[in-house]
Design a protein around this ligand. Structure first.
Ligand SMILES: Nc1ncnc2c1ncn2[C@@H]1O[C@H](COP(=O)(O)OP(=O)(O)O)[C@@H](O)[C@H]1O
Ligand SMILES: O=P(O)(O)OC[C@H](O)CO
Length: 498
């Protein structure tokens, strides 16, 4: 059987997915499994790293059960992963010593405050392109070492390993033989010097993290290991591509050249702009990050991160039980002509770009007796668009260009009401690809290019036609709503709990 497929593993915040691509860049099959989210304290978000691994095993096993698919028909594997989420495991027992601390989680906020008070913020900003916010892995690692009994001694003895989810999955896929991460994921840890492209000893010392815990940094496109045949593929398949999911989506959207940008609407919203070989510094609360390393060449990106987007829709579904499926939100939103003046600020875990306010919490403004469930759902959906607008404005300012078209993807980009509203308040065209699986595509492309499955990015053809959304709202109306949104955010930030 010819090895005519690439298998992409998209390990996202809410689910693990496996997608099978052919040489024409078509998706032949998708398998998916959600897993448990834990909220042990207000603002904390955790997952079980063993359950994440089982969910990946399950979606791959289901894929291998599809007609015509087997280990022999797969040329190689590409991995895209939720970034920053932190796992620490014992190399002897192979088991995590604590739950995976999810990127959204705020439990290391006090560590960040202390580092700021000690005057370290500018050093971290300069070396990593990031900020001292609990979002990034470094302070999560310190939190685990500080809180799990005996962890620091074990770490000093060299018994503990750290990884983001890419690292954890590759460790499991290779039967504990390979401990690596790629440069795009490393650039999200708060431990990597993004100009020197290596772990930063000064930052490790400040956080008291032994370097023996850290994975080796490898390129985003290139074979970094092989699956153990006895695990479940029956074959030694090359793991040939990996990137943080947002960088993978940038690649999968074809944003290979400087100035090209995309916005992904998943659990959060992440807007990234390719800045080429230049690490552009931000003055507007954006992050400077590494897009990928391919054939020894590193490209950088500017990023704006919104912590709560699709997860606000999940909250309506699971927390408030307002509907059964996320896509139902669109039908409810369309039943009313506006939000009746209601604004939802979903700062459940603080605010990211451009505010970076770890202590802000969610709020609802403008409630009257006339506010219905439909208005509430519509206002929550609109909050995804307002937050993305705040990021886009920061990006235009820092990059010194205006973005004429916003390329979109991610689960919530399926929502056409939301995409139209996004175009309305931005006053620009929003462009949605026929296939919004750009994250998995990026992972597949990075792997396929390393394996010669495709010779160069131009060989990879986009399938289907892009759908465009053009502004329909008057500029005055859009400006008024944006002003009200800004007031709502300011008001939400005033409220502080002791
Ligand atoms: N039609 C929709 N309208 C609004 N939100 C949606 C829709 N479909 C999915 N979502 C939201 O998108 C998220 C899933 O998107 P996905 O890109 O798979 O996220 P992730 O990679 O973060 O797990 C969920 O939070 C879900 O609530
Ligand atoms: O899992 P997603 O798609 O919401 O992406 C999460 C991001 O990687 C967090 O930085």
């Amino acid at each position: 059987m010819p090895a005519d497929h690439i298998l992409a593993i998209d390990q996202g915040t809410t689910s693990s997915r496996a997608l099978l691509f052919n040489r024409e860049n078509e998706i032949l099959h998708i398998t998916q499994k959600e897993f448990t989210q834990y909220f042990p304290e207000p603002g904390w978000v955790e997952q079980d790293a063993m359950e994440i691994w089982s969910s990946v095993q399950a979606v791959v096993a289901e894929m291998l059960g599809k007609p015509g698919v087997s280990g022999a028909s797969i040329a190689g594997i590409g991995i895209a992963n939720q970034r920053e989420t932190t796992v620490i495991w014992d190399r002897n027992t192979q088991r995590p010593i604590y739950n995976a601390i999810v990127w959204q989680s705020r439990q290391s906020a006090a560590i960040c405050e202390e580092l700021k008070a000690r005057g370290h913020e500018s050093l971290f900003r300069e070396r990593t392109g990031l900020l001292l916010d609990p979002y990034f892995s470094g302070t999560k690692v310190k939190w685990i070492l500080d809180h799990v009994p005996g962890a620091r001694e074990k770490a000093r003895r060299g018994d503990l390993l750290f990884g983001t989810i890419d690292t954890w999955l590759i460790w499991k896929l290779t039967g504990g033989k390979v401990h690596v991460t790629d440069l795009s994921n490393a650039s999200r840890t708060l431990l990597c010097n993004i100009r020197e492209k290596k772990w930063d000893r000064d930052l490790l010392d400040i956080l008291d993290i032994p370097s023996s815990m850290l994975p080796k940094i490898v390129p985003s496109s290139g074979v970094c290991g092989h699956t153990l045949p006895e695990t479940f593929f029956g074959h030694m398949l090359p793991i040939a591509g990996m990137a943080g999911d947002q960088q993978a989506a940038l690649f999968g959207q074809g944003c290979h050249a400087p100035g090209m940008a995309k916005n992904t609407y998943g659990t959060g919203c992440f807007m990234l702009m390719n800045t080429g070989e230049k690490a552009v510094e931000s003055t507007s609360g954006l992050l400077t990050t590494i897009a990928w390393e391919i054939s020894g060449r590193v490209q950088y990106a500017l990023e704006g991160s919104v912590f709560v987007a699709g997860s606000a829709i999940q909250w309506l579904r699971d927390g408030l039980r307002m509907f059964r499926n996320a896509p139902d939100s669109e039908n409810y939103a369309r039943k009313v002509k506006d939000t009746a003046g209601v604004y939802v600020v979903p700062a459940f875990v603080g605010l990211g770009t451009p505010h970076w306010d770890a202590k802000a919490r969610g709020a609802v403004f403008g409630l009257t007796r006339g506010c219905s469930k439909e208005h509430f759902i519509r206002a929550t959906l609109e909050s995804l668009a307002y937050q993305s607008r705040d990021v886009l404005l920061a990006m235009e300012k820092d990059a010194g260009i205006s973005i004429p078209v916003l390329k979109v993807d991610g689960g919530a980009a399926e929502n056409s009401f939301l995409m139209q509203f996004q175009s309305d308040i931005l006053g620009i065209c929003v462009e949605r690809p026929a296939c919004i699986e750009t994250t998995a595509m990026g992972a597949a492309h990075l792997a396929g290019l390393a394996l010669g499955f495709w010779k160069n990015p131009e060989d990879i053809h986009e399938q289907g036609k892009r759908q465009t959304f053009l502004p329909q709202m008057t500029e005055e109306d859009a400006a008024r709503r944006c002003r009200e949104w800004e007031k709502a955010v300011q008001a939400a930030r005033i409220f502080r709990q002791d």
